[in-house]
Design a protein around this ligand. Structure first.
Ligand code: SF4
Length: 731
């Protein structure tokens, strides 16, 4: 009938393309017409955009930016604009699923939780308490991180809990701790608008944190310097672009510091009053002459001098970074070198002046603050007797139950599973089969487990397919709590619709596990909603650097986000920008920041005759991590449906490759087959680039098991590969 009407020229799409007026959104497609709007915070990246979800009946039908939110003033990037589709995307996990003798069967929640507790108990009785590991995420709400941390450490009694934040921000965390004595990004987004010089290092914000570009645009006076081996969209925005060689950033930073000292751009009064290690750093940096640094970075001595003069003379200098720095086996030392520059020039704790890590996931900051992974809750230190005693007193538990050292980090949990020391694993809202480096080793580790629980909003995923038990979780839009963004701004996340089927908020799942383990009354007395967890967390964070004690859900709703520290007696405007270390007092024993010497080293796997190209990995604006959500959203998938490999024309000519043909990417560990080739000057000769989102072209089949020795973050960014035409590429 439709075809006949179409043949007769009758408009068959009228209903689909009809428009109507929405009181909030204006003239919109009727498909996006909402009966009500629920304010919340974006659940993808750490920019933390405020938004509203449009709901019609029981369905999310639209998303729009919150014009009053201080982060995004109503704007959203493509992922945020399509975020309502993620809730009703195909592939949601709707019922607990148990695998018995290789076959999946649907089970009740009661059976699921009983089975999980019984299996974990069995493993712990046989192999010891720490034979259980937990790998979390940066995408739960802070209330869930706080609850999970207590449950794992005090309930399950294993210290081996970490999150996929170690694949992302652990380097920044460890770098801050070494330089300043504590985690916590010192600056504010306002600094992008106030700085006179901004150096973006390994940070492609135009692709990965697009709304931050609006903060840059608000600053017409700035000089923007972008250092990146690849001519990214962000590099194209730069006043001065530095095409440095892969992983030469630490040498670049040491070289700038050398020149800043030599040319007298240092702030001696600040150094003398607030830092330690200056004499040692000066002696160490002597060898980082422009000539030496030029050999390593490929940048001319003149260019290095230009950068040192720009940053050294700036009144308000900002250095921001993301994965180009973090995904490195010398990442922590690179972060320390960034912090050195800020300290040498007094560019910290003032408007427009900060070293600033741009975080990855929407609430990676929340797990750093409240979780139990790299620090005890409230950035307390595992190794501090006083911190442990304080926490034990707050929780009214014997101090012996608070671990005196952190458990295994994520890569070490995988190593322990490989060695059969970890026998049971609980993976929450993450997809390591796609995201962890050196995929085949990871697969072997998961195969070695006796019991694998995967808790996720989606099933099947490449990881949940391997599970013994799948726990279906509510996702963003279906639960309540708070996120903290990159500038330490806490924002409210709200439930707008019910979760599908029997899926439950992660918070409820944690309480159910606690009840089954018999520790709910002790650890979570009377808790039934995230508000109770938030109230306890406010109390536990009181007096700490990340002080939430003055923040309430009501204040967050009113102000669209508040930056911590926000103690209970705060009288200033909740919406005002706040910075850490404005008083020059740091969280070290002496109160002084540490200037740290970090020696540049070449990246671990150098190109060879068998594998002559350096592979870089990264992201594209349309997708989020492993595409569990964005791959199921038609508009985003259509915009970017497949992975590609970027190669310089010179290399393509030498290899006889043509644009858009299918190629194989091979390393000493594995291969990615039939990737579309893009021949482009965006990458330099000798380098190739691939996005990491796609399971179908999983770049982690070729990446390596190399990790920063301090943060344990993987060296994703450089590995040696060769590229060949795929078999049957032209068929
Ligand atoms: S920039 Fe980040 S927080 Fe903002 S809409 Fe996009 S994904 Fe969401």
């Amino acid at each position: 009938m439709k075809t006949l009407r179409g043949l007769l020229g009758i408009d068959t799409q009228r209903e689909q393309y009809a428009y109507a007026d929405d009181a909030h959104a204006g003239y919109v497609s009727v498909q996006r017409l909402a009966d009500r709007w629920v304010k919340t915070t974006c659940g993808y990246c750490s920019v933390g955009c405020g938004m509203s979800l449009g709901i019609r009946g029981d369905k999310a039908v639209a998303a729009r930016g919150n014009p009053d939110h201080p982060v995004n003033s109503g704007k959203l990037c493509p992922k945020g604009l399509a975020e309502h589709h993620a809730i009703s995307a195909p592939g949601r996990a709707t019922h607990p699923m148990l695998r018995r003798n290789g076959d999946w069967s649907r089970v009740s929640w009661e059976t699921a939780i009983e089975t999980m507790a019984a299996e974990f108990r069995r493993i712990q009785e046989r192999y010891g308490k720490d034979a259980i590991g937990v790998i979390g995420t940066g995408q739960l709400v802070t209330e869930e991180f706080y609850t999970l941390g207590k449950l794992v450490q005090l309930g399950l009694g294993t210290p081996h809990y970490d999150g996929n934040t170690t694949l992302c921000m652990a380097t920044a965390v460890a770098g801050y701790k070494r330089s300043f004595g504590s985690d916590g990004p010192p600056g504010a987004y306002e600094d992008f608008a106030l700085a006179d010089v901004i150096l973006l290092l390994g940070a492609n914000i135009a692709e990965n944190h697009p709304i931050l570009c609006r903060h840059l645009d608000a600053n017409p006076r700035k000089t923007l310097i972008v250092a990146d081996p690849r001519v990214t969209k962000t590099a194209m925005m730069a006043d001065l672009y530095l095409p440095l060689r892969p992983r030469s950033d630490l040498a670049l930073l040491n070289g700038i510091a050398h020149l800043v000292i030599r040319e007298g751009f240092v702030d001696r009064a600040y150094i003398d009053a607030h830092t330690e290690g200056y004499a040692e750093l000066c002696a160490f940096l002597e060898r980082y002459t422009p000539e030496y640094v030029s050999e390593i970075t490929g940048l001319t001595p003149t260019k290095l001098h230009q950068v040192a003069v720009l940053y050294g003379r700036s009144k308000r200098g900002m250095i921001a970074w993301t994965m180009g720095v973090n995904h490195s086996s010398i990442g922590v030392e690179t972060v320390n070198a960034i912090n050195n520059l800020a300290l040498l020039t007094g560019n910290i704790g003032r408007p427009g002046a900060s070293p600033f890590s741009i975080t990855g996931q929407c609430n990676a900051m929340g797990t750093r603050e409240a979780g139990f992974t790299s620090s005890l809750p409230g950035y307390r230190k595992f190794e501090s007797e006083a911190d442990r005693a304080e926490l034990a007193a707050l929780w009214r538990v014997p101090v012996e139950r608070i671990p005196a050292a952190r458990g295994l980090a994520y890569p070490d949990i995988i190593e322990a599973a490989l060695a059969k020391k970890i026998r049971g694993l609980w993976i929450i809202a993450t997809n390591p089969v796609v995201s962890f480096p050196n995929r085949d080793v990871l697969r072997q580790a998961l195969d070695n487990l006796e019991f694998l629980v995967v808790q996720d909003g989606f099933h099947p995923t490449p990881t949940s397919e391997l599970a013994d038990l799948v726990l279906p979780a509510a996702t963003w839009g279906e639960k309540e709590g708070t996120y903290t963004n990159s500038e330490r701004r806490v924002s409210k996340v709200n439930r707008a619709v019910a979760a599908p089927g029997e899926a439950r908020p992660d918070f409820d799942i944690f309480l159910a596990v606690a009840r089954q383990l018999g520790c709910a009354d002790e650890l979570f007395p009377g808790w039934s909603s995230p508000r109770e967890a938030f109230d306890e967390w406010r109390h536990v964070s009181g007096g700490r650097l990340c002080d939430y004690s003055g923040i309430t859900y009501e204040l967050l709703e009113q102000h669209g986000g508040i930056q911590w520290p926000y103690p209970a007696d705060t009288i200033e405007d909740p919406g005002a920008a706040r910075r850490l270390y404005a008083d020059g007092q740091f969280q070290t024993e002496t109160g002084r920041a540490r200037l740290i010497c970090g020696e540049w080293k070449p990246f671990p796997e150098q190109p060879s005759s068998d594998f002559p190209l350096v592979l870089n990995t990264g992201r594209t604006v349309e997708h989020w991590h492993t595409r569990t959500k964005t791959g199921a959203i038609p508009i985003l998938d259509t915009l970017s449906p497949r992975a590609w490999l970027e190669m310089n024309p010179r290399d393509a000519r030498a290899l006889g490759l043509r644009p858009h043909e299918r190629v194989d990417v091979l390393s000493a560990r594995g291969a990615v087959r039939r990737v579309e080739l893009r021949i482009t000057e965006i990458v330099a000769p000798g380098q190739v680039f691939m996005p990491f989102h796609f399971v179908e072209w999983n770049v982690n089949a070729v990446t390596q098991s190399e990790f920063d020795p301090v943060s344990r973050e993987p060296n994703y960014k450089q590995c040696a590969v060769r590229v060949e035409t795929s078999a049957g590429a032209n068929s």
